[in-house]
Design a protein around this ligand. Structure first.
Ligand SMILES: [Fe+2]
Length: 313
């Protein structure tokens, strides 16, 4: 069966009990309102995606699913041929387009979308170059960064909690052009048992971000976190200080991960969902050799505020 070529993560969707509260947090996190209805909030970044975060009003808080875009209708039609897929249906949300709804083996909703409206990109500052000891990249230039809501550029990845990671990974790899980048294994096992798999877009020799999905075996069900790219290190720290000043709840950050090497900063939204700013991720291609990482949660951090042991529950 021919696999579906995914273009990019479109958004993560959550059910929440208060859209005003969610919007207040997401604005401080660096997103902008794209559209709002009586029952849903659509937030965008500075990129052309109509929305990168969706919150739908309900009587409880939970993860609803995640969406990818595909570049052509042919790819959407291909998605509709995946066993169990819905027919292609019109999207009634702001931005329109068409979608196929899938349910993963562990029960997550995955939407494949095409033809959703684009929005004009927002102008942002240039990334601040750095003057390294051995390489000077900022000549006659300055850094002028105040603590502020750091503009989110786009969504980069999300992490699924599942009961059975092997079946979930197999499903993603069977039906989509995705390939493993690295594995996290449980410590203490004589033969390491894979508990989590980082998947990236399978683009051969083309360099792509280290992961767009992490599938993680857990006693929980839902989304461990969704993650949004910001411009550079100054943007991460400025955003961190802004969120501190607004009294939101820090989860872990900032720091630099081991796998993928991202600089991260994890926060909790008002409904307890973990949400991440990231920058400076590894870019890899077919020449990259996956590693089987065995260790505890804090060992996935190279420097900075490490996540608590419960991070991997
Ligand atoms: Fe992440």
């Amino acid at each position: 069966m021919t696999r579906v070529k995914l273009d990019w993560v479109a958004y993560a969707a959550y059910q929440v009990t208060d859209l005003d509260l969610m919007e207040r947090f997401l604005v401080d996190f660096g997103m902008m309102r794209s559209a709002r209805t009586e029952t849903a909030l659509f937030m965008r970044g500075t990129g052309a995606g109509h929305h990168i975060h969706v919150a739908r009003l309900g009587d409880s808080s939970k993860f609803l699913g995640a969406a990818f875009t595909v570049a052509t209708r042919d790819q959407l039609e291909r998605a509709a041929r995946i066993p169990g897929a819905s027919p292609i249906t019109a999207i009634l949300d702001p931005g329109g387009g068409e979608r196929v709804t899938l349910t993963s083996p562990n029960g997550h909703a995955i939407w494949i979308e095409h033809g959703v409206a684009k929005v004009p990109e927002r102008t942002i500052r240039r990334s601040y170059r750095m003057n390294f000891a051995s390489e000077h990249l900022r000549l006659n230039g300055t850094v002028r960064q105040r603590p502020e809501a750091t503009p989110v550029l786009r969504i980069g990845h999300f992490v699924l909690w599942v009961k059975d990671a092997a079946s979930e990974v197999e499903w993603f790899r069977t039906h989509f052009e995705l390939v493993p980048s690295d594995y996290i294994c449980a410590p203490g096992d004589p033969d390491p048992i894979v508990k989590a798999t980082f998947l990236r877009y399978d683009c051969g020799q083309e360099y792509v971000e280290h992961h767009c999905i992490l599938v993680s075996e857990s006693k929980h069900f839902g989304c461990h976190h969704s993650s949004y790219e910001v411009l550079d290190l100054d943007a991460v720290v400025a955003g961190h200080e802004h969120l501190v000043s607004k009294g939101w709840t820090l989860d872990a950050g900032y720091g630099r991960h081991y796998l993928g090497s991202l600089i991260y900063d994890y926060w909790l939204d008002p409904f307890g969902n973990r949400i991440e700013h990231y920058t400076d991720t590894d870019l890899v291609n077919d020449d990259y050799k996956p590693v089987h990482f065995v260790g505890e949660a804090h060992e996935t951090t190279q420097w900075g505020m490490a996540p608590p042991p419960s991070f991997f529950d």
